[in-house]
Design a protein around this ligand. Structure first.
Ligand code: ZN
Length: 284
């Protein structure tokens, strides 16, 4: 029977991921983990670099029904709401026999109230301003759209000196309540990319692939673990905090990002280490 699923349990992950079902911690990311969980592909990364088949999504049934009810009230006719994990179509509507069939990406289930209200106005009345708000929300949540590009190289986390998966899991547990479902790998060997030899790109995050790459120059015994951990933490923040638009410019490190970054336990130490050793890393 619909509507009878107990609220806090409707989204509980299953299987191997079940061990991540710790309650929300104070430092959980901006994105509410309550609405939906996509199975964590990290657990299959070594044997199956590119998970085959369609990932299942776990929809928070209570949130779905509540949104369906509000859409029905606003549209003045029955709305049947399906939640998708589509790559391209974020929202779609069709009408048949007086019933509206709405298909929405799961990002809308835990959207802020103002975005949900705009979505409802857009569906019920085709409101132009509401459509802009919805569009911006989709833009800012691009990182939640399932990776659409296959991984060309297998993911490697076990380095000679540092184990990225262990670092990632510790950070995920400590700072993100176990909710970060990005992938991680050592990047390709080669010189660290530099901008006029002043900065090194030691890590990167690709939202399309949902993948963190860490430069292999860090995989050396003389590079302390807390520094590698800091770089991984920074890239995990990119997964959790989308870039912001400020006066037409994309702000990769918005104020919320900078604040969260400073919460890292070894923040000052890591920055000092980077300053002291950046030249040696460039020569490596
Ligand atoms: Zn960054």
């Amino acid at each position: 029977m619909r509507g009878r699923i107990a609220f806090p349990f409707a989204h509980r992950p299953v299987g191997r991921d079940a061990r991540a079902k710790v309650p929300m911690r104070p430092l959980a990311p901006r994105i509410a983990p309550a609405a939906v969980r996509v199975p964590d592909p990290r657990y299959t990364q070594i044997e199956i670099p590119f998970p085959s088949g369609r990932p299942e999504i776990f929809v928070h049934e209570g949130a779905r029904q509540s949104l369906e009810r509000r859409l029905t009230q606003a549209a003045l006719k029955p709305v049947v709401l399906s939640i998708t994990d589509n790559r391209r179509s974020m929202l779609a509507f069709s009408s048949k026999g007086g019933v509206v069939y709405a298909r929405l990406h799961h990002m809308f289930l835990d959207a802020p109230a103002s975005v949900q209200e705009s979505l409802i106005r857009f569906v019920a009345r085709g409101d132009r301003e509401a459509s802009d708000i919805v569009g911006r929300y989709i833009d800012h949540n691009g990182h939640r759209i399932r990776a659409s590009r296959p991984f060309l190289r297998p993911l490697v986390t076990d380095g000679r000196a540092h184990d990225l998966l262990a670092i990632f899991e510790t950070l995920n547990d400590k700072y993100f309540g176990g909710t970060v479902d990005a992938l991680i790998t050592w990047g390709k060997a080669g010189r660290p990319r530099t901008a006029q030899r002043r900065s090194v790109k030691l890590g990167s995050y690709s939202a399309v692939e949902r993948l963190i790459r860490i430069h292999p120059v860090l995989d050396q015994a003389w590079v302390p673990r807390y520094f590698v951990t800091f770089i991984v933490y920074h890239e995990m923040l990119h997964h959790v905090i989308p870039a912001d638009m400020a006066r037409g410019r994309r702000l990769l490190h918005p104020p919320a990002f900078v604040e969260r970054e400073a919460l890292f336990r070894d923040y000052d130490r890591a920055l000092a280490w980077e300053r002291a050793h950046i030249r040696r890393m460039l020569r490596a």
